[in-house]
Write a protein that binds this ligand. Structure first.
Ligand code: F6R
Length: 606
């Protein structure tokens, strides 16, 4: 996820442009830059770091020009470096581009442009755009025609803004899936990834649709459709959001926004190259032992992974909380450690990995932050590509890691000869259905979950129960409840209940039970057994279950019914619903949602 911006006006716009990317910084903040046409040509300034760091280093706001584009980056293609920072230029510096999204055919385009003599300065997919512009302009001698010809050569999902030296009074921009909008001001017009780009200057906006491009001047704009170059009538809208809220894209909290970004995070996790997954799975399959590591939420994700490996391959790969790893694990050169970390900077996980590395273990990591310390220690790195997770409470990064672990488990099972390739493909096919089903569930169920959470927000203690792979779901769901609402919630295996805790159950006791799909008969029957035990003692049961269940509803005091789907996807749906339940409980209790007390996004101390 990156932020793009463009401004064209009657006065120098560099200060406004800088402010614009400052307001887009939550979309990506590893590096940023600006390109302005100052009447003599295009000047570019860019560097790594937060927007304010780059301003200090480069003096972005002191650049001259009435037309410019800018970008704040969350690296996907290529490391965090000045060369990879946008904007990117054509060989002669006559076209400059910024881009958000992924150009999936960039390798082929790059190779053929290189054969024709184009020199590339970065590792990004973006850089093909200015080079294609240069090439197409040479033959078509018309910027608009060259822009459309370039768009037609690009595949993937992207939003682009582009300036040239040939037309000093207009910015071109285009949208294919990735967000892009126009802002119409008094003295200037604007382009942005979202309203934050210009909400301080204008609240009048035009939303571009996928497949459209726009030509924006200081006092006009034209939208056309990319294939036929036919003009499109656009409606203007008035933005009623305040500046602070719009940074969260209209959501009251980053947590809710990030919960809603989970379908996209899953799409991105499914986009991780199969070769990369296979390489790690094969290294694990060759090892004598593999440990799955993480701490907090990522430990629960590791535990989910443990069940996945066991369910799919029949192999036992223990999960260990990173902070306890050195007290437990036997490590040598026949060991592989698979460490999970959203930030890649968590002290407990870093020190466990260092401990293993010193003893000769192979290190594989799944991280969300490119260039993080953990990935620098690793032999193999999977970048999960979930985009910035700003809320201190992890949601989308965890769900994305669960997807990657499921894919790894399937590939591992293949490498060990426990399943064949078509069984692996079936698992991936099931995962591919997830984004749409989760989106539907979010759309259909969040109102109901909101009501339910508010109704029970006075409850001081919850017991969260699950069996098999639903046990880590219970653990992680309970953690969400604790950390965002400060309400006590204890996660436990359903079978464990009768070994002590059951003494607490009476009519004052509240339990959440994660019921597996009925097709998973053994786990389902055992889970129903736990519910019976609670009901026999007059305890309260909130069931998270699937709508294929034709069951005795009297067992539940309340229920959240989830869309019926395959077994691979069931834990994901339950976890996302439980995230919402925790979030709405916390809003009812008026908690500090995005920055709960005593927490930090990345815990870098022992
Ligand atoms: C909970 C949460 C924490 C982190 C933990 C590890 O919502 O965010 O429990 O999961 O601090 O952080 P990472 O994944 O960055 O290593």
């Amino acid at each position: 996820m990156c932020g793009i911006s463009g401004i064209i006006g009657s006065k120098n716009i560099s200060g406004q442009l800088l402010n614009s990317i400052r307001n887009l910084e939550y979309r990506g903040y590893d590096s940023c830059g600006m390109a302005l046409n100052n009447g003599k040509g295009i000047s570019v300034k860019k560097n790594v770091g937060f927007v304010d760091d780059v301003e200090r280093k480069e003096g972005l706001s002191r650049m001259g020009g009435k037309m410019g584009i800018a970008h704040t980056r969350w690296a996907t293609h290529g490391s965090v470096s000045q060369a990879n920072t946008h904007p990117h230029l054509s060989c002669r510096g006559d076209f400059a581009c910024v881009h958000n999204g992924i150009i999936s055919n960039y390798r082929a385009l790059r190779e053929s442009l290189q054969k024709e003599g184009h020199k590339f300065l970065s590792e990004t997919d973006t850089e093909v755009i200015p080079h294609l512009m240069e090439k197409n302009f040479e033959s078509l001698k018309d910027v608009e025609k060259a822009f459309v010809a370039t768009l037609r050569q690009l595949e993937g999902t992207f939003a682009i803004a582009m300036i040239s030296i040939y037309e000093q009074d207009r910015i071109y921009c285009a949208k294919f899936e990735s967000p892009l909008i126009l802002g119409l001001g008094k003295d200037a017009n604007y382009i942005g990834s979202d309203f934050n780009a210009f909400i301080e200057y204008t609240k009048t906006a035009v939303i571009l649709d996928s497949g459209e491009y726009a030509i924006v001047t200081g006092d006009s704009f034209t939208v056309k459709e990319s294939l036929g170059m036919e003009p499109v009538e656009k409606e203007t809208i008035n933005i009623s959001w305040d500046v602070e809220m719009s940074k969260k894209g209209g959501y009251p909290h980053y947590m809710l926004k990030e919960i809603y970004e989970q379908p996209q995070a899953i799409v991105n996790a499914m986009g991780v190259d199969r070769e990369k997954i296979r390489e790690i799975a094969e290294a694990m399959a060759r090892s004598e032992r593999t440990y799955l590591l993480g701490v907090g939420t990522t430990f629960y994700v590791a535990k989910y992974g443990q069940y996945c490996f066991s369910d799919i391959s029949g192999c036992f790969l223990p999960s260990i909380s990173s902070d306890e790893f050195t007290n437990l694990a036997e490590v040598d050169e026949k060991t592989t450690v698979l460490a999970l970390s959203q930030s890649g900077e968590t002290y407990d996980t870093l020190s466990a990995v260092r401990f293993a590395k010193e003893r000769g273990a192979k290190i594989a990591v799944v991280v969300n932050v490119i260039g993080s310390s953990l990935s620098r220690l690793a032999d193999y790195t999977v970048l999960q590509g979930s985009g910035p997770e700003i809320c201190v409470i992890s949601t989308k990064a965890a769900v994305s890691q669960m997807v990657i672990l499921t894919r790894l488990a399937a590939e591992f099972a293949c490498a060990r000869g426990k399943i064949n390739e078509s069984q692996r493909d079936e698992i991936e096919k099931n995962l591919l259905q997830l984004p749409e089903t989760i989106q539907r569930m979010l759309n259909e169920k969040s109102g109901f979950i909101h009501t339910l959470a508010h109704k029970y927000s006075h409850i001081k203690n919850w017991l969260y129960l699950g069996r098999g792979i639903y046990y880590p779901v219970a653990l992680e769901s309970a953690l969400k409840m604790k950390e965002v609402s400060y309400v006590h919630a204890e996660g436990m295996p359903g079978g464990f209940l009768k070994h002590g805790t059951i003494a607490m159950i009476d009519s004052e006791h509240y339990a959440v039970v994660f019921v597996p799909p009925k097709e998973d008969k053994k786990l389902f029957d055992l889970t129903m057994g736990s519910i019976e035990e609670i009901k026999a003692r007059k305890g309260f049961v909130l069931g998270f279950y699937f709508n294929s269940l034709d069951m005795n509803n009297d067992l539940f005091d309340e229920r959240i019914t989830l869309p019926s789907i395959n077994a691979v996807s069931a834990p994901f749906l339950q976890l996302v619903a439980a995230q919402l339940f925790a979030y709405f409980t916390a809003t009812a209790l008026k908690r500090n949602i995005d920055k709960p007390r005593s927490l930090a996004k990345s815990v870098t101390v022992a």
